[in-house]
Design a protein around this ligand. Structure first.
Ligand code: ADP
Ligand code: ZN
Length: 216
């Protein structure tokens, strides 16, 4: 089964696509951002330790993040495959992951910065991880999640100044990963523009071609 990594700037649609693809392939969607946010909500020791980092848009230290992912990937539901969203985010994390699992494909969702800044500033989230927009992908009932009826909220790192900082962190720490993976033939780049369904189709098509190529 697929062991996937989704790469791309904040707001590229990694979380949305990971959700859709996870259901489609029956594998868990693992978002380090969602895991950290859940710890913050529950005010666990880890949550208290990382909350100021998330609210500023800074990265959680590699050793903390790596350990968390190692524990998560060791769980039974990951045996058949998984989709990583938001990890790895640094070259150090990518090296760590290399020792943990044999990744089928690394998919970069490519979107221009102007587009994602607009998307993020109008993004509304549900605690279940689903994201909605103000213009497209709006919820059926205003302010309420289609999947679980919970009330939607804006992420506190989706403020303009924090968004800018997250981009800076992305360019400095995560962009070099593209170089790290580019040399490998499992690196797939898809255009992240258009509707959710368009992008899902591009990713699945790229994966099917990739797997056929590797097997054939
Ligand atoms: P984004 O929309 O920016 O992709 P995420 O939900 O993936 O947001 O991550 C939110 C925040 O959680 C990051 O800004 C960072 O503080 C922390 N975080 C998530 N994944 C990692 C990681 N792999 N390494 C370090 N910090 C992380
Ligand atoms: Zn929900």
């Amino acid at each position: 089964m697929f062991k996937l990594v989704l790469l791309g700037p904040p707001g590229a649609g990694k979380g949305t696509q990971a959700d859709v693809l996870g259901s489609k392939y029956g594998i868990p969607h693992i978002s380090t951002g969602n895991i950290f946010r859940d710890h913050i909500t529950r005010q666990t020791d880890l949550g208290k330790q990382v909350q100021h980092l998330l609210s500023r848009g800074d990265l959680v230290p590699d050793d903390v993040t790596n350990e968390l992912v190692r524990d998560r990937l060791a769980r039974n539901d990951c045996a058949a495959g998984f989709i990583l969203d938001g990890y790895p985010r640094t070259t150090d994390q990518a090296k760590f992951l290399k020792r943990l699992a044999r990744i089928t494909a690394v998919v970069e969702i490519a979107v221009p910065e102007e587009t994602v800044v607009k998307r993020l500033s109008s993004r509304w989230m549900c605690a279940c991880g689903r994201a909605y927009g103000l213009v497209s992908d709006t919820p059926r009932k205003r302010g309420q999640c289609d999947s679980c009826d919970a009330q939607l909220f804006q992420r506190n790192d989706d403020k303009p100044e924090v968004i800018r900082h997250r981009f800076q962190v992305y360019r400095e720490s995560t962009q070099p990963l593209v170089e790290f993976y580019k040399g490998e033939n499992r690196y797939l780049r898809v255009d992240g523009a258009g509707s959710i369904q368009d992008v899902t189709k591009r990713i699945s098509d790229a994966l099917v071609r990739h797997v056929a190529h590797v097997v054939g």
